[in-house]
Design a binder for this molecule. Sequence first.
Ligand code: S3P
Length: 426
Amino acid sequence: MKITKLMNPLKGEIELPSDKSISHRAVMFGSIAKGKTIIHRLLLSADVKTTLSAFQKMGVKMKFVGDDLEIEGSNFHLTQPRTSLDFGNSGTTARLLMGILASQNFETHLVGDESLLKRPMNRVAIPLSLMGADVRAQGSQATLPVTIKGGHLNPINYEIPVASAQVKTSLIFAALRAQGKSHFIEQLQTRDHTERMLPLFGGKIEVKDLEIKVSGPQNLFGTTLTVPGDFSSASFWIVATLIVPGSELLLKKVGVNPTRTGLLDIVKTMGAKIELLNFDHSHETADIHVTYTGDLRGIEISGELIPRCIDELPILSLLATQATGETVIKNAKELRFKESDRISSVTSLLKSMGADITPYEDGMIIVGKTDLSSSEVEANKDHRLMMTAVIAGLIAENGNNLPDNIEEIISTSYPTFFEDLRKICQ
Ligand code: S3P
């Protein structure tokens, strides 16, 4: 596929697809709760379909009624799947489900695609084993294929060594079925969708700053919930507006949970014109209005900001190529463990387009402003890298040549990405 340089600004509005992290959690909570859960506006991306299919293979009944998904919860009584569970590209499905399988009294074999097979699972395998699950995996990183056999779980006191909402959530799921009170400490605040959703299902959790306590065993009860628009998906359009001269976009009903919106703080500090309108407190959404000004400066992105923008760092790196001066991204080693090693893959993408970018062990330094040139973008199973390549193509002399299966890769999180792009191109 060829993306050509835009001659006109981006204009109009987009209603964002629903949040991927929240959609996974809604399906998981609905599947382990007792009774019916109704989910409005579930994201039907490839990753979320992976989660749906895993629970169906474990006996959970679900059906669409109009646009709503209705789940008949299993009350934590899943059944052993007849075949391996294939998690495709979805690290969230793999890590979160391991926390649920840790309490299920049967053995399950877990596999994934070539990208997922490289991603470390020891971050969940170690604490889940300490709680009593039997987890067998590959090598020191405990990569997939994994075999997990659950059963009786003990509570634990555990300082989570990486800033990861996936690990935190996996452990909360396990703690809900342990005999006693578990106590977790995060290093830095990560997205808190699980802590917020658990009480909607009747669950109890104590959260104070970076400490979390969960008593088990607990039962959960089905509920009705609506998934907000995905801030991470909105970020591609925010950056596109900030780099395509004359652009102005309204992004509607975007989830603005502060544990996710580090990019807003970052682009404001860089000098962007961006405002939140129509804040809806009950759903924690707002419309984001963003306008091109062309006058951005490089900044440092580090410390507690990193977990608040971890998925946005590829597209922020592109933005940094269009800001004057140096942008320093550090304390972001976690980027190496995503759908690709995003320090390497972002560096080679932007370098191939002429950017001044230097990779480090835990980040990158990008010096702007650089006129980007066209590139033959290499195929990569990383949806966020591929969306970054598309947006970069919009400002590159002669555009970008993209891999043929790019729509399929992007459908991991944003199945209507190209439709939305066409809508705002004039
Ligand atoms: C996610 C947490 C983050 C994020 C991922 C989704 C989640 O991963 O990068 O896209 O839904 O909990 P980590 O927990 O590995 O940081």
